[in-house]
Design a protein around this ligand. Structure first.
Ligand SMILES: [Zn+2]
Length: 443
């Protein structure tokens, strides 16, 4: 017990029920304690695309609640360029609606408006966009696979990821602590002949614009990855979350070496468990254990007029129940050791995957701790509410008083300064107050 301003803080020990870590139960449907654990820990999906309308947001939240996601990063926050009539930008409209209807459930990334690319001063104006986004509450910058594949200058040349005109943008993101989620390239099969023997034919036949096999129009697959690596190397103070398992789920050694070489690089899992899960699960597991601080949970789940479960074609639209199964298969892959089962995005290919059964202390990093650290600038600190009591508690001795049950416990395990999460040093705190004292209790 010690005095602190006009309050006395009473330090005492309380027995609180520790959350159950997810078990390695086999099968998607049999892991009830794990379902509770996920729900309680409010998982973070770092990679979704949600249309910011009342209906789409409500549908997204219903599914989040059903599967145990606390927070979604909506990468499709949009441009911060003011509207033509001078009104709020697309980004502001999207963020305001989501924050008003569902406070605390979404963070939004901005993306860069490339109009005026060929005009003098583009880089300066692009940096201003980043500064505006930062001021408006963008949690990060999203770059789609436009670079090197779709975006062209006035002369018709593709704009490469490592174009020097973009360097000031990447640098400013680092200065401001805005992480960059960046997509370059795509599965290798998108560069192979366009016919029914292509292993991604089911997708390609419905999306001709995803095929990059025309060497007159598109650079080779590996050039794009190397171009991005040069950017990551030039900007060591900027964090790059390379989406879709570092844009190269097909080459685990490449991902391993790239993560080793670039401490400012991370990888999300979005829409690539069907690819990653094809490899020998023991090798994948070793890679996940080695880079457990650099891998982030993300799905590429999309909520627009139809749901998209990682990818889609012209098949009938998925239902909410299909979406729940899609998430359940993610848990099954990460948490169990099941072998050779049908993956979550059948259109991505006719093969089976094998689970990697990660231990609980690694799962929590991938599900939320790594994201909490990455997003610390944008996440609200935990709020502890002190409940009023009308009588004082005896001081200076361990107290087991039913009054404590009034106080909602708040788990604190993250450093506010840099977002570092240390569960072993974490504690649950409760607070009560009376006319004379503020009482704090922790485990
Ligand atoms: Zn995406």
């Amino acid at each position: 017990m010690f005095a602190h301003s006009k309050f006395h803080c009473l330090l005492l020990s309380l027995l609180l029920i520790a959350p159950t870590a997810p078990g390695a139960a086999s099968g998607a449907g049999s892991a009830e304690p794990a379902d509770l654990w996920r729900r309680e820990h409010r998982l973070i999906d770092l990679h979704q695309h949600v249309g910011c309308t009342t209906q789409h947001l409500a549908r997204a939240v219903r599914i989040m609640d059903a599967v145990g996601l606390g927070l979604v990063v909506n990468l499709s926050g949009g441009f911060v360029t003011p509207a033509r009539d001078g009104g709020p930008s697309e980004f502001e409209r999207n963020k305001t609606l989501a924050d008003t209807l569902h406070p605390g459930r979404f963070l939004h990334y901005m993306s860069l408006d490339y109009s005026g690319w060929d005009d003098p001063g583009f880089s300066e104006r692009a940096v201003e966009q980043i500064e505006t986004g930062h001021r408006l509450g963008a949690a990060g910058l999203k770059e789609y696979k436009r670079l090197g594949l779709y975006l062209r200058d006035k002369a018709g040349n593709l704009i490469r990821p490592d174009d020097p005109k973009l360097d000031p943008v990447w640098k400013r993101c680092g200065d401001l602590g805005l992480p960059v989620s960046i997509h370059v390239a795509d599965p290798k099969a998108f560069w192979l002949p366009y016919n029914e023997r292509n292993e991604r034919w089911k997708e390609l036949k419905d999306h001709k614009s995803w095929w990059f096999g025309d060497t007159n129009k598109f650079p080779p697959w590996k050039d794009l990855l190397e171009s991005l690596n040069r950017v990551i190397e030039r900007h060591p103070k900027t964090t790059f979350v390379c989406v879709h398992f570092a844009n190269n789920a097909e080459e685990l050694e490449w991902v391993d070496a790239a993560l080793d070489r670039h401490p400012n690089m991370m990888a999300d899992l979005a829409a690539r468990i069907p690819e990653i899960g094809r490899h020998d699960p023991r090798r994948v597991r070793r890679l996940f254990l080695k880079h457990q601080d650099r891998i982030l949970f993300g799905t590429d789940f999309q909520v627009y007029n139809r749901l998209i479960l990682g990818s889609s074609g012209n098949e009938p639209p998925p239902t909410d129940a299909d979406a729940e199964l899609f998430f359940a298969k993610h848990w099954r892959w990460l948490e169990t050791r099941d072998r050779d089962w049908a993956h979550m995005t059948p259109i991505q290919g006719d093969w089976t995957i094998s689970s990697i059964g990660l231990p609980p202390e690694v799962l929590r990093k991938i599900y939320f701790d790594n994201a909490r650290k990455l997003l610390v600038r944008s996440l609200p600190p935990p709020t502890l509410r002190a409940r009023r009591i009308s009588q004082d508690l005896p001081l200076g001795q361990p107290v087991r008083n039913s009054l404590w049950e009034l106080a909602e416990p708040v788990r604190i395990e993250q450093r506010a300064t840099d977002g570092e999460v240390n569960p072993a040093l974490g504690t649950s705190v409760r607070a009560l107050w009376s006319e004379r004292y503020l009482y704090l209790a922790f485990e």
